[in-house]
Design a protein around this ligand. Structure first.
Ligand SMILES: C[S@@+](CC[C@H](N)C(=O)[O-])C[C@H]1O[C@@H](n2cnc3c(N)ncnc32)[C@H](O)[C@@H]1O
Length: 367
């Protein structure tokens, strides 16, 4: 029964890719917005999405949505929600509100009205200083107040393997989404020549091994009094049993030895160290690795460094040249911060994906 109204938060720019993935996993009535996707699903679907999605940041479960023009109206709306299903003993609640184009614009007062409504609900004992925090979100838009409860806890891109990261690492969700966008499959070799903390290579190895991304994650719904334990255990067992022996050829390299050590540590934590061939290499001298017979995919997040712009553009030029000369038949996805770097790369662009990364919009080019 798909009776749950949900909203997936995604990195701006990844909406289309995430919507496809959600649909494949368990989502219906998918509606894309800026930075998020509304959908319906069942409780099993919600478990599956949280455990297996590689592209989304978190899932909110919508509990009520109605018009309120005063804080007391908002309070009464919140009070009517069956909080006893979600808030167990000893849980403290943290409310975050965002208000737009509405009569209620004071987010602090709106948060207090929600908290008061929760505290006043029947059969709920909110612990003001409990260690376990359940996040509740309020969004007020055109006077419609939507109250949601967070189902994901920590952001889903934090898979738990990246204890070490160099400069400007891409989120795991961005790396997985770019691999999806490039339609990479484990039968193709993959090279990540400026691998940094190893995110692209590790995500590729996890995709190939069909390893569910949320297995190490702590989900707040496991503490909900209404949790159907058996169904959750079944979803968990199914996710744990997903497994493939596929061993694609994955190569990760970086110029910096220290960074490469971090990538190796991360791959070890992710359980895929021996699935990746690591090497200290200058991407400007990259050639097809030994033993690779078919063309594959290169995926690359070069440094952007605003202060050394000239050098960075030069790096893109050399990368473009190397690709043209040594990789006939290969595909490459490159993250580029601006027009100058795109021009310097000097390769015809087949498609582009605009995403927000580190607070800035940038293009990912498929060449
Ligand atoms: C923006 S970071 C990549 C971040 C990475 N995608 C991650 O998730 O951690 C750029 C990386 O390029 C590496 N680099 C810079 N110039 C290079 C070159 N000529 N050859 C290989 N790696 C290079 C840097 O050491 C750095 O780790």
């Amino acid at each position: 029964m798909r009776n749950l109204n949900c909203y997936a938060v995604v990195v701006p720019g990844l909406e289309g890719l995430a919507a496809d993935e959600l649909h494949e996993l368990a989502a219906h009535d998918v509606v894309m917005g800026d930075g998020g996707i509304a959908f319906t699903t069942s409780m099993d679907g919600l478990f599956r999405i949280n455990l297996r999605s590689r592209c989304i940041t978190r899932v909110l479960l919508r509990l009520s949505s109605s018009k309120a023009l005063t804080f007391p109206e908002l309070y009464h709306q919140v009070r009517k929600i069956g909080w006893q299903h979600y808030l167990g003993e000893g849980v403290s609640v943290d409310v975050k509100a965002s208000c737009h184009r509405s009569k209620l614009l004071h987010s602090g007062r709106a948060e207090q009205a929600v908290l008061d409504g929760i505290t006043a609900s029947d059969n709920v004992r909110v612990n003001a200083s409990g260690e376990i925090v359940q996040q509740v979100m309020l969004r007020i838009d055109d006077n419609i107040c939507t109250v949601s409860i967070d189902t994901s806890g920590e952001r889903l891109d934090r898979r738990g393997y990246r204890k070490f990261s160099g400069l400007a690492p891409v989120r795991e969700t961005i790396a997985a989404s770019i691999l999806r966008w490039m339609q990479w499959t484990p039968d193709e070799p993959l090279i990540a020549p400026m691998c940094g903390s190893g995110t692209f290579a590790i995500e590729a190895a996890l995709i190939a091994g069909k390893k569910a991304s949320g297995l190490q994650h702590e989900f707040p719904f496991v503490r909900w009094p209404n949790l159907k334990q058996k169904r959750w255990q079944r979803a968990l067992q199914k996710a744990e049993s997903m497994h493939s022996d596929a061993r694609p050829q994955i190569f990760a390299s970086d110029l910096a030895a220290g960074v490469l050590d971090q990538a190796r540590e991360n791959a070890t934590l992710a359980g895929v160290f021996d699935h990746i061939v690591f090497a200290q290499l200058d991407a400007r001298q990259l050639t097809v690795p030994e033993g690779v017979e078919e063309p594959g995919l290169i995926v690359c997040n070069p440094p952007y460094g605003d202060r050394v712009k000239g050098n960075v553009a030069l790096l893109y030029r050399q990368l473009g040249k190397q690709f043209k000369q040594h990789f006939p038949g290969w595909k490459m996805a490159v993250m580029v911060p601006d027009q100058d770097c795109e021009k310097a790369l000097g390769l015809p662009v087949k498609k582009r994906l605009k995403i927000k990364h580190g607070g800035k919009w940038l293009n990912v080019l498929s060449v």
